[in-house]
Design a binder for this molecule. Structure first.
Ligand SMILES: *Cc1c(COP(=O)(O)O)cnc(C)c1O
Ligand SMILES: [Zn+2]
Length: 472
């Protein structure tokens, strides 16, 4: 398909402005985060006629048998034919995306679905412990093809952990990460430090860090891997390919995902849009994007102000006005789900498109709902970090509203591993009321209905035995 001398597949792929009435195109060998002509974000697009696309998704099953080849072992690059912007020999993979779809009747019961109706796509099992590796391998590969030597991102923690890991393993680039001070969980910060990233801690929050990293990377010519980077979303499409694979290539009724910077929801919408266009699926699932109530820009704009993609004819004024208002009142995102504690989602427009393609809905859930749902995910065997549980809390809400029917098949994406943020978990289960109040009470969390509390006993054999008998 490609000669080995080719650095990047400029013949098969290009970048295209998201605004349909502009549609300007750029090469995939260029580094851009927005359209020169109109400022809109960019998509990676393909000349599908020139690409050997398999006739059926079943084709990808054969790759399981070739897991000694790096591109088949990766749960992302196994689907290379569906985002062939880079030649295989340029791909940088560390075996990301080996994640599975798990049916969970325990969580189904909590959500209000029939047995067999609820699935958890457990992205916490990625090498750095979150779904971010799916996108990072793609952006990193792009950075490598164009010869970048440094890569930067602003992060609530997981993007930086992922970037730091790819830099650490491959030694192809130096990682420069920007974080807001006091806004990152120890699990995530420890990863960036341990993997050796240059870590810049800014006195500010994620949105401040995001703005600065854009300025700095432009001035110093550092490759930016935040999800404004269109290549990341290409890798994240594979999460949905694996969901379909887990369902024997059947399309679920719903995909439910937490919404932060809205990269995942955007990537999922693009994945289904392309699969439908290519005739590889016959219908698309409905998409539910779940905000934390303390970081609910998408909810405010989509639900309260009724903003829609409208085939690309969206009234940018509505979003601009909202953000201005937020700035004027100095309203800042605040939620225990730190991975989605974001005021200004950079993939907002792309997410609106995904919501249109997938007949989507948006909801917000409180920190209380998030932590209760998280405890149920944990109690049923797959732990997750708080942000991830927004998907389960959202599914439960939509079920209660009757938007999701009891017999429907629902996939909730668990975006990050439980060990990313043990502070929230321990505070939920603690017997120490002060600890509970300090970590969770300040977030409006009033009770821990599903807490599994440690039983405190004196160091005495009889007392220990009595405690076990009393509690089992
Ligand atoms: C980044 C992240 C999110 C938010 O995903 P977006 O694609 O930015 O909406 C949710 N959960 C976890 C664990 C994350 O790391
Ligand atoms: Zn444009």
């Amino acid at each position: 398909m490609v000669a080995t001398s080719v650095q990047i597949n400029t013949d098969l792929a290009f970048q295209r402005c998201l605004a349909p009435d502009c549609g300007a195109t750029y090469g995939v060998d260029e580094v851009r985060t927005s359209c020169d002509q109109c400022g809109a974000p960019l998509d990676v697009a393909y000349d599908w006629d020139k690409i050997e696309v398999p006739d059926s998704l079943k084709f990808f099953e054969s790759k399981w048998a070739r897991r000694n080849e790096p591109l088949c072992r990766s749960g992302v690059w196994r689907f290379h034919e569906l985002f062939p912007f880079a030649p295989p020999e340029k791909v940088v993979t560390i075996g990301e995306g080996q994640t599975l779809l798990h049916a969970s009747d325990g969580v189904a019961k909590y959500v209000g679905l029939a047995d067999g109706g609820l699935y958890l796509q457990y992205e916490g099992m990625n090498p750095s412990g979150s779904f971010k590796d799916n996108g990072m391998t793609a952006a990193f590969t792009h950075a490598h093809t164009i010869g970048a030597k440094r890569a930067a991102c602003a992060s609530t923690g997981n993007t930086s952990a992922s970037l730091a890991l790819y830099c650490g393993v491959s030694k192809l680039m130096q990682a420069v990460i920007f974080i807001g001070s006091g806004k990152i969980s120890y699990g995530k910060l420890s990863q960036a430090l341990d993997y050796g990233a240059l870590t810049i801690q800014i006195a500010g929050d994620f949105d401040d860090a995001m703005q600065r990293v854009r300025e700095v990377s432009q001035q110093l010519g550092i490759y930016l891997v935040n999800s404004v980077n269109p290549f990341r979303l290409e890798g994240q499409k594979s999460i949905m390919f694996r969901v379909l694979e887990g369902l024997d290539w059947q399309v679920p009724d719903w995909v439910v995902v937490p919404g932060g910077n809205l990269g995942n929801s955007s990537a999922f919408g693009k994945a289904f849009m392309e699969l439908k266009e290519l005739g590889l699926i016959d219908r698309v699932p409905r998409l539910a994007v779940i905000n934390a109530a303390g970081a609910n820009t998408l909810y405010e704009l989509f639900v309260k102000r009724g903003q829609r993609w409208n085939g690309g004819q969206l009234d940018q004024h509505v979003a601009d006005k909202y953000v201005e208002e937020m700035d004027r009142e100095n309203r800042r995102a605040s939620t225990i789900a730190s991975a989605i504690e974001i005021n200004r989602p950079v993939n907002y427009e792309k997410c609106l498109r995904a919501l249109e393609v997938c007949d989507g809905v948006v909801r917000e859930v409180s920190d209380q709902q998030i932590l209760d749902a998280k405890s149920q995910v944990g109690a049923n065997g797959l732990g997750c970090e708080p942000a991830s549980a927004a998907s389960v809390a959202g599914a439960k809400l939509l079920r209660a509203e009757g938007v999701i029917a009891p017999s429907e098949r629902v996939v909730c994406v668990l975006t990050g591993h439980q060990l990313k943020d043990p502070t929230a978990t321990v505070a939920y289960h603690t017997t120490d009321q002060e600890e509970f109040n300090r970590v969770l009470g300040s977030r409006g969390v009033k009770r821990a209905e599903f807490a599994n509390r440690a039983v405190a006993v004196p160091n005495d054999l009889d007392e220990i035995i009595r405690a076990i008998q009393l509690n089992s």
